[in-house]
Design a protein around this ligand. Structure first.
Ligand code: XUL
Ligand code: CO
Length: 444
C-alpha cells in the first residue's frame, strides 16, 4: 500500500499521514493506542478478526446538519458545483481517508457515491460511472468493499415505504435502484449486500395493510436475491434490523423479528443479519443480545459498530467508545468463531460540533482502539477464565440420563411428570451473576 495515498495533485487531508500504532503511552491523537493491524490474537491478526470498514455516508456526505440546523461542517471535497465533479472529489477524499486510516473495507449507498439523475437511466449511468472510478481506486489502493446498499428511504417518493409502498409505481423505482446498486456491488467485488428497511414500516395501522406489505417486502427480497445471483453475486444478503426511526414502527424490528421473517418466507438460506449497536438499544436490547440471537440462529452476517446515548431515545450514531459493551459483543463474536464475510462497519458520525477535519480520523481511531482492546480482553477471558466451562456446567443435568433423553425428544409430558413425582428434586443452584460480572472486570 503506498504511503500517503492521494490522487492527482490534491491532498484532502494534508498534514495527516498513515495513522501509526504508538501504544497507550502515546498522547498523539492521530495514533492508535491499541489497534495493531498485524498483531496476532489467537492465530489471526487484529485486522483479520475485526475487518473494519468506513461508511461513506456519515464520513463524507453528512455535514453535521440536524432537524434544527443546517450543515455545520464544510469539506474541501464539496467545492465543485457540478454534482458528478463533486462525487469524483468526494471519492478521491474517501480513498485517501481509507488508506491513511488503514482499514481494509468500506461501505456505501448508491446515492452516497453518485447523485440521483433526472430519470432512472441517468441515475443508473451516474452510479455506473462512479462505480467504475471506485473500481480503479480499489485496484490502486487494495481497498475492498464490505457491502453496498441502495438508499430507498431518502427521496420523498419513498415517504410511504419502498418495497412496502402502497403504490406499485414506487416499488418499481425501488427495484430499479436496488438493481443498479447490486450491479455496482458486484462490479466492486462486494462481500455482502445490505437492506436496511428505513421506511419499510408504518406510521398508523389505520391506513396500512401490514400483511400485504410484509408479503410485498418478502417478494421484493426474493426478486433482489434472484437478480443478484443471476449476475454472479456470491456473497450474503443482509437485513439490518431497526425498530423505529424514521418510521414509527419498522417491520425489521429486531434480530428475532427478522429471523422469524426470514424463516417464515424461506429466505434464511441467502439472507443473514447486519446488527447495529444503536438499533439494538432502540429496540430495548443490548448489543450483545442482538448478536447472540443471530449466532444462535447461525445468521450473524456483519456488524454496524456505533453507540447511542443513554439519555437519548434516538439513533445518535456515535463512535463506539464503551469497552465494557464491546467486550460483551466480542465474547459473542468469538464464541461464534469470529466474523466470516462480515466486518465492523463504523456506521457513526462525529458530532455536529466537531468541525475540524481531523475529527473524523479521531472518531475512527477511537472506535478501532475500542474494538481492538475488546478483542484482546474477550480473547483472554475465553482462554484463561473458566467462564465458558461454568456456563456449560450450568446445563449439565441435560448431558446424560433423562435430561439427555429429553433433549433428544425421547420424552413426553406425562413421562416428565412421572419423573417429577418420583426422583427429580431441583437443587437450589446459584446463577452466580456477580461472579461472572467480576470476571469481566478482572480482565478489563
Ligand atoms: C440507519 C442505518 C443505515 C444503514 C444502511 O439507521 O443504520 O445507515 O446502515 O442503510
Ligand atoms: Co447501520
Amino acid at each position: 500500500m503506498p504511503n500517503h495515498y492521494f490522487v492527482g495533485d490534491h491532498e484532502y487531508f494534508p498534514g495527516i499521514g498513515n495513522i501509526p500504532y504508538e501504544g497507550r503511552e502515546s498522547d498523539n491523537p492521530l495514533a492508535f493506542k491499541f489497534y495493531q493491524r498485524d498483531r496476532l490474537v489467537g492465530g489471526k491478526t487484529m485486522q483479520q478478526h475485526l475487518r473494519f470498514a468506513v461508511c461513506y455516508w456519515h464520513t463524507f456526505c453528512a455535514k453535521g446538519s440536524d432537524a434544527f440546523g443546517t450543515d455545520s461542517q464544510t469539506f474541501p471535497w464539496d467545492t465543485p458545483k457540478n454534482p458528478m465533479m463533486a462525487a469524483r472529489a468526494r471519492m478521491d477524499a474517501a480513498f485517501e481517508f481509507f488508506t491513511k486510516l488503514g482499514v481494509p473495507y468500506y461501505c456505501f449507498h448508491d446515492r452516497d457515491m453518485a447523485p440521483e439523475g433526472a430519470f432512472v437511466a441517468e441515475s443508473e449511468r451516474n452510479l455506473a460511472t462512479m462505480a467504475a472510478f471506485a473500481k480503479e481506486r480499489q485496484d490502486e489502493t487494495g481497498m475492498k468493499l464490505l457491502w453496498g446498499t441502495a438508499n430507498v428511504f431518502g427521496h420523498p417518493r419513498y415517504m410511504n415505504g419502498a418495497a412496502t409502498n402502497p403504490d406499485f409505481a414506487v416499488v418499481t423505482h425501488a427495484a430499479a435502484q436496488v438493481k443498479a446498486a447490486l450491479d455496482a456491488t458486484v462490479l466492486l467485488g462486494g462481500e455482502n449486500y445490505v437492506f436496511w428497511g428505513g421506511r419499510e414500516g408504518y406510521s398508523t395501522l389505520l391506513n396500512t395493510d401490514t400483511r400485504r406489505e410484509l408479503d410485498h417486502m418478502a417478494h421484493f427480497l426474493e426478486l433482489a436475491r434472484d437478480y443478484g445471483r443471476s449476475i454472479g453475486f456470491k456473497g450474503h444478503f443482509l437485513i439490518e434490523p431497526k425498530p423505529m426511526e424514521p418510521s414509527k414502527h419498522q417491520y425489521d424490528f429486531d434480530a428475532q423479528t427478522v429471523i422469524g421473517f426470514l424463516r417464515h418466507y424461506g429466505l434464511a438460506g441467502d439472507f443473514k443479519l447486519n446488527v447495529e449497536a444503536n438499533h439494538a438499544t432502540l429496540a430495548g436490547h443490548s448489543f450483545s443480545h442482538e448478536l447472540q440471537m443471530c449466532t444462535d440462529a447461525g445468521l450473524l452476517g456483519s456488524i454496524d459498530a456505533n453507540r447511542g446515548d443513554p439519555q437519548n431515545g434516538w439513533d445518535t450514531d456515535q463512535f463506539p467508545t464503551d469497552i465494557y459493551d464491546a467486550v460483551h459483543a466480542m465474547l459473542v463474536v468469538l464464541a461464534d468463531g469470529g466474523l466470516k464475510s462480515g466486518g465492523f462497519n463504523f456506521d457513526a458520525r462525529v458530532r455536529r460540533e466537531s468541525v475540524d477535519l481531523d475529527d473524523i480520523f479521531i472518531g475512527h481511531i477511537g472506535g478501532m482502539d475500542t474494538f481492538a482492546r475488546a478483542l484482546d480482553v474477550a480473547y483472554r477471558i475465553r482462554e484463561n477464565s473458566d467462564l465458558g466451562e461454568r456456563k456449560l456446567r450450568r446445563y449439565s443435568s441435560f448431558d446424560s440420563g433423562d435430561g439427555a433423553r429429553f433433549e433428544q425428544g425421547e420424552m413426553n409430558l406425562a413421562s416428565l411428570r412421572d419423573l417429577a413425582a418420583s426422583e427429580h428434586k431441583p437443587v437450589r443452584a446459584s446463577g452466580k451473576q456477580e461472579w461472572y460480572e467480576n470476571v469481566i472486570n478482572q480482565y478489563l
